[in-house]
Design a protein around this ligand. Sequence first.
Ligand code: SAH
Ligand code: SF4
Length: 349
Amino acid sequence: MLMVIFMQKTNLKSLSKQELEAFIEELGLPAFRAKQILHWIYEKYAQSIQDITELSKDLREKLSEKAYISNLGLLDRQISKDGTEKFLFGLEDGETIESVLISDEDRLTLCISSQIGCAMRCRFCLTGKMGLKRNLDAHEIVDQIISANRIIKPRKITNIVFMGMGEPLANFDNVTNALWRITELMNISPKRITLSTSGIAPKILEFPKKAPMVNLAISLNATTDEVRDYIMPVNKTYPLKVLLEACRKFPLPTRRRITFEYVMLKGMNDTPEDAKRLVKLLKGIPSKVNLIPFNPYEGSEFKRPDDESVLRFQNILIEGQLTALIRKSKGQDISAACGQLKAKYSVIS
Ligand code: SAH
Ligand code: SF4
């Protein structure tokens, strides 16, 4: 009987720099080949080994016997009236993820996902209602940027925010690995990257030891444990005091601030008393506050406050010496706004 043994090919995109160097050495190739391959994957967006024309045809063939380059498939692309674009990408196992491109002035920001769904179950967030399907691998996180860059050529992503689907600190290793690749291989400065978390306090402190010094954003969203427990279950494990203690200990580089996101929910967290408490809570933390009026969706239990109470809230923060901006969710007509990613394509449990 004829036995055919299938050898699994190595996905070059799934390897870190060090892993690729080891792989190239194992194949008996000189070390500079690894550098060339990295350049073609991360800066020239090669979609296959055949695309790497700097390598001879023979070498490309030899490499193709052992390896391949994975790609996200572009399944859908929508453009909002305000210019925000949403990409729906297909992964190798058939799952899908979304990334959102927001352009303002001289910045092109890509809002990327770190997980399929999210286990944190914040009450106001549509992604939270999906539960967690799975973590994204490091290369699936990075590939959102590579793919977007390829699509929007000759434009190039300048800023990255981890504010798509998922809780990045709950996918710690893959997110930190992705960050090394984004900063070292794609040359995007850590200053132009923001990681947003619902507040897994111990991970906030472990993070700067393991990852490049990106900006930190905290989804605070409440000023009392009672309200935060209700809207963000993570607060039951890491209450406000513990979370803010972690923020105080966070080794912020000079002149940098922590961003506090505050989704405003009518009658829940939008009173002048909340604003005053927020001023007190953030005392001593170099911070800026982004007020995000709730972005409603069908069946949501919360409502967006009227503009007047949002402005009143903002004024109290400003009087309390805080920097406070009102952020309107972009791309609402294409469900690209905060917390809405992918939900339209999924069955909501
Ligand atoms: N999981 C991370 C990052 C993704 S959520 C985190 O929670 O920080 C990105 C932001 O969208 C968070 O600040 C969250 O509070 C906000 N958000 C979620 N659903 C929203 C909604 N329906 N309207 C407005 N903001 C929302
Ligand atoms: Fe997850 Fe963030 Fe949504 Fe909470 S707000 S459910 S942490 S994605």
